[in-house]
Ligand binder design. Structure first.
Ligand code: HEM
Length: 113
């Protein structure tokens, strides 16, 4: 179970790195878009996050369910924004900023809460 948890955590972090990487490389572009890496990262972080909760529950680990609930809502908003913008040739700076900013928020919540 420890191996499964560690593997999922690695994939979880790859997912969040993909969102934030796809966000950061566009900082200086005038036209922002939803890079495929951002969408795939959002889905990866979401799915592995839910699986991490499952593995923790099976292993009898005490999770902070309020924190998990908040992270889940934030991740769902990111996924919806990324999904809706996936085919657009560009998205507003607000949508781009919300995807990156909310991903950073979830990192802060994960580490500090
Ligand atoms: C964009 C979305 C997300 C980001 C950026 C993110 C970020 C992180 C980070 C940085 C960690 C490592 C924290 C540490 O080990 O100290 C982590 C762990 C974890 N995340 Fe997420 N997360 C996201 C979505 C989710 C979702 C949707 C869930 C569940 C519904 C979730 C559940 C978890 C769990 C269970 C852990 C492991 C905690 C532990 O075992 O200590 N995450 N997340």
């Amino acid at each position: 179970m420890d191996f499964a948890r560690d593997l999922l955590l690695v994939l979880h972090i790859v997912g969040l790195a993909s969102i934030i990487g796809g966000f950061l490389v566009q900082t200086r572009s005038s036209r922002k878009r939803v890079e495929p890496a951002m969408l795939h990262g959002a889905l990866t972080a979401l799915v592995t996050g839910v699986l991490l909760v499952g593995v923790a529950e099976m292993g009898d680990v005490d999770l902070n369910h309020v924190k998990i609930g908040v992270k889940l809502v934030v991740a769902l908003v990111i996924a919806v924004l990324a999904w809706r913008g996936r085919k657009a040739s560009s998205v507003s700076t607000g949508v781009w900023g919300a995807i990156g900013g909310l991903a950073l928020l979830n990192v802060v919540l994960a580490v500090f809460w």
